[in-house]
Write a protein that binds this ligand. Structure first.
Ligand code: ADP
Length: 328
């Protein structure tokens, strides 16, 4: 059975982008078809300016939302990265295989480093080495597939390169992973700026639908989405990014393809209305389950404790083997 690994960063409240680009498939497909692990990658949240209490709160919230999205701890493993020491242990060894040049070429590094500098802050070394820790997250479990949104493709590619290089130099140790992406909505765009992705770490609320927004707030955000001054509803990602984004969101939530849906609408207003309702409906069960889970914090606690124990047991032999192979 293929091993699958993926995760979310607790740097902010989870968004519709996280859900459509990744979480929904984890629950609907991956957990049933693979031996799957899903992780709240809290170590990654320390790579930028952060508030310790907030990271802890958001980690718990993200774990609760993973369960609310339908992950079943009876069939997959749900845990928090920092509860399993193997991630950090392996990351250091992989830093001895990755290069400085590779890290500096990462698009997310360039974007996030520039953002930190614009804010007057300094760039943490961990922001540069973050993709190595992500490679460790994946390689420690021998994951063959990593279901992620488009934005993480480059990082998974790097994990592949590192695995191949390590295997070649020190003997076969790691499974070489590959990224998988959803067919539609692999990159949900910000509703107010459809040229940039809907990212939970960008504090521009009105363009981001959060999984725990009230339904009316979601409706307002979708209805106010930036489109363009044209009239015709066409699917064209380059020329009409705002419209294309709404068509993809609608397609992902209610089925059909963005191209077909484009032909079915005469006006932007009608499209927005249907997209808003589709988003509310797709997130309704997640919100309901989240509410139930919040009433039983002991349950989430137990799931995470058991998940970490299981994850540790899976990662340990691979990480030990990597230590031996590299000469420790
Ligand atoms: P972010 O902090 O940008 O929300 P994470 O690194 O926590 O993202 O991502 C968790 C998962 O959600 C990843 O698989 C990522 O590719 C996916 N994802 C994040 N944002 C989007 C988006 N706007 N559209 C599609 N997938 C996304």
């Amino acid at each position: 059975m293929t091993r699958v690994f993926s995760g979310v960063k607790p740097t902010g409240h989870l968004t519709l982008g996280n859900y459509l680009g990744a979480m929904r498939r984890w629950a609907a497909v991956d957990q049933h078809e693979a031996d799957a692990l899903f992780c709240v990658v809290d170590l990654h949240a320390l790579t930028v300016e952060h508030d310790p209490a907030r990271v802890r709160r958001l980690s718990r919230q993200a774990a609760t939302l993973l369960l609310a999205s339908g992950l079943d701890p009876e069939v997959c493993t749900v845990f928090v990265q920092s509860h399993v020491d193997e991630h950090a242990r392996l990351s250091y060894v992989l830093e001895c295989v990755a290069t400085d040049g590779e890290m500096r070429r990462m698009i997310q590094y360039k974007e996030k480093a520039a953002r930190e500098q614009r804010r007057g802050g300094s760039v943490r070394l961990s922001l540069l080495t973050y993709p190595v820790l992500m490679a460790a997250d994946i390689l420690a479990y021998g994951a063959g597939e990593v279901p992620v949104g488009d934005d993480q493709g480059q990082h998974v590619e790097l994990a592949r390169d590192i695995a191949m290089r390590f295997n070649q130099r020190y003997g076969h140790t790691f499974v070489v992973p590959r990224a998988t992406h959803p067919e539609v909505a692999a990159r949900v765009m910000n509703l107010q700026d459809p040229t940039s992705k809907m990212g939970k770490s960008d504090d521009v609320g009105p363009g981001i639908v959060y999984l725990l927004d009230e339904p009316d707030v979601m409706r307002k955000k979708v209805m106010r989405a930036v489109t363009d001054s044209g009239r015709e509803v066409v699917y064209d990602r380059e020329a009409r990014p705002g419209l294309a984004n709404l068509l993809e969101v609608l397609a992902a939530c209610s089925g059909g393809s963005p191209e077909e849906l484009a032909g079915a609408y005469q006006s932007y207003g009608a499209l927005k209305k249907d997209a808003a309702e589709a988003v509310v409906e797709v997130l309704r069960p997640v919100q309901e389950r989240h509410k139930e889970l919040c009433a039983d914090p002991g349950y989430v606690e137990r799931v995470l404790r058991d998940g970490a124990a299981r994850a540790r047991g899976m990662a340990r032999p691979t990480v030990d083997a990597a230590y031996r192979a590299i000469g420790l």
